[in-house]
Design a protein around this ligand. Structure first.
Ligand code: CMP
Length: 139
């Protein structure tokens, strides 16, 4: 059975462009409830740790630089079938391949500056939510 929570970040490009409100509106209108949320900024070390699964990828250095380059919004979202439904809402990683009406199609600039992150599994949703929020904040 699929879980009912996922984790998202509104990335530095979207925060810089004042898209927080528009993106949260799309998230709420798609039926997700916000269970925890914070406006914060990742250090290089923290961005490196968050994306450690991509350490061997050629874009890892760029990703860490980019994600630590400005503030982000981190949030835990709740909805039935959260991980899969949220990935549909945000669209493909590369905005050029994202479907019309998805968050990345509307707000993303490039594959690196792609406006939002969404967990790719229930297990990672739990790991990523725990990275930003204490147990108390995750109830
Ligand atoms: P995200 O869903 O946050 O997970 C990993 C991120 O790596 C991804 O979104 C992209 O922003 C980034 N990424 C993936 N592929 C590339 C690439 N080829 N070049 C630069 N960044 C990438």
């Amino acid at each position: 059975m699929s879980g009912n929570r996922t984790f998202t970040m509104i990335k530095p490009d979207a925060v810089e462009n004042n898209y927080i409100g528009g993106i949260l509106k799309m998230i709420n209108e798609a039926g997700f409830r916000i269970k925890a949320m914070k406006f914060t900024r990742l250090t290089k070390e923290a961005a490196g740790a968050f994306y450690a699964v991509h350490k061997e990828r050629p874009f890892y250095g760029e990703l860490v630089e980019y994600m630590s380059g400005g503030p982000i919004v981190a949030a835990i979202l709740e909805k039935d079938n959260a991980v899969e439904d949220f990935r549909k809402l945000i669209g493909a990683t590369n905005p050029e391949e994202a479907e019309e009406g998805t968050i990345r199609k509307i707000y993303a600039k490039s594959i690196a500056a792609n406006a939002v992150h969404g967990s790719d599994s229930d297990e990672n949703a739990e790991i990523e939510g725990s990275f930003f929020f204490s147990q108390l904040e995750r109830f």
